[in-house]
Design a protein around this ligand. Structure first.
Ligand code: ATP
Length: 359
């Protein structure tokens, strides 16, 4: 499986290897053997539930925390023991951390104290232009919207010209509509400036749409790394399948290109043999009216719940002792209590080998 965005021989912008961190001596590691690489100008996301060690990983990369084990390289140079200021990395926090008493212009100029008057002025103007905030340069942060404040924070982080910025849940305090537009804008700005980024988020949609590649993190470890498409369409574990969206987990017996399952024979994306756990996304299933004639092989079930969401419609359908989540178009006509035929439209993905508990 393709897992890197690298051309042969290219030096990664960031490389971390075996990063491990315990906050309590002798306690469990909160970051446990984390390794990944980020290519120049690549946007990489660390996605995982609260407390899985994402922020700690970011702090180890920035140098705010010291790793118990493992190493960090920036553009081929080992920086594991370097202090944060020597690493030249930009950092954007969830709460922006802007100076409230300084204007937008002064906030952005703050990290440029090493530059002289004219040079400094030109760089601040350039960066404000890049983030589209030139007209607000005299305002204080408190006189801006959340999305605008976030862009100031980004401008301040990129003003000194870092090759890498670390973004810790930078969009989470914005409301849904603003979050999406700010995200798109920030992505476009990073791409335009050729700056690589590591984004930390617990929001799967954000990671999928913002990142070029992402890693799903759980309990201090990276469970799977790949492009958004690879990780969504080819999850390797039940956790990754469930964390990246809704899915149906179905036990089966692999027979090569297909598996025998309680839903009948399912085609598999990749060959498998023996006991397996399969993932079938709700959009890979469909509903139709049951066929009238008896003796026809069909997966018949009963709609137990229906959730209309505008762009789609989600059903819960009971088949024997099992419930499936099925996604249909918004005009799908079934109601709770209707008898329906379940259609399998997609191939199943193997997310576990061997007998699984609770399936
Ligand atoms: N300074 C600290 N001292 C002790 N424990 C800490 C410290 N910082 C974090 N932890 C613990 O380490 C674990 C990982 O925290 P971390 O903030 O890295 O996770 P996260 O995935 O970023 O979570 P969230 O999304 O909630 O911020 C958590 O159990 C947290 O309570």
């Amino acid at each position: 499986m393709m897992e890197t965005a690298f051309t042969k021989g290219e030096i990664p912008l960031l490389r971390v290897e075996g990063l491990t961190k315990r906050y309590l001596k002798g306690g469990p590691p909160v970051v446990d053997g984390v390794s990944f690489e980020v290519a120049p100008a690549e946007i990489f996301a660390l996605l995982g539930p609260s407390g899985c060690g994402k922020t700690t990983t970011l702090r180890l990369i920035a140098g705010f925390e010291r790793a118990d084990e493992g190493r960090v390289w920036l553009m081929g140079q080992e920086v594991t023991r370097w202090p944060p200021e020597r690493r030249g990395i930009g950092f954007v926090f969830q709460d922006y951390a802007l100076f409230p008493h300084l204007s937008v212009w002064e906030n952005v100029a703050f990290g440029l104290r090493h530059l002289k008057g004219r040079e400094r002025w030109a760089r601040v103007e350039e960066v404000l232009g890049l983030v589209g905030l030139t007209v607000f340069k005299d305002r204080k942060p408190g006189e801006l919207s959340g999305g605008q404040q976030q862009r100031v924070a980004l401008a301040r982080a990129i003003a000194p010209g870092p090759r890498l910025v670390l973004l810790d849940e930078p969009f989470s305090s914005l409301d849904a509509a603003l979050r999406q537009t700010t995200r798109d804008e920030v992505r476009a700005m990073l791409k335009q400036a050729g700056i690589g980024a590591v984004l930390v988020t617990h929001d799967q949609e954000e990671a999928l749409s913002f990142a070029d590649r992402l890693a799903v993190m759980r309990g201090g470890r990276l469970e799977q790394t790949g492009t958004p498409e690879e990780v969504y369409l080819r999850p390797r574990t039940p956790f990754v399948a469930q964390f990246l969206g809704r899915t149906n987990l179905i036990p089966g017996e692999g027979r090569g290109g297909w598996a025998e399952t309680p839903l009948g024979r399912l085609s598999l994306v990749e060959e498998a043999h023996g006991p397996v756990l399969l993932s079938l996304r709700p959009e890979g299933l469909g509903l139709a009216a049951p066929l009238g004639h008896l003796g026809e092989r069909q997966l018949e079930g009963v709609v137990v719940a229906r959730e209309f969401k505008g762009h789609d419609l989600t059903y819960r359908v009971r088949l024997g002792s099992r419930e499936l989540t099925v996604q249909e178009g918004p005009e799908s006509p079934f109601r709770a209590g209707d008898r329906v035929r379940v259609l399998v439209r997609a191939k199943a993905v193997v997310v576990g080998q061997g007998r699984q508990e609770g399936t």
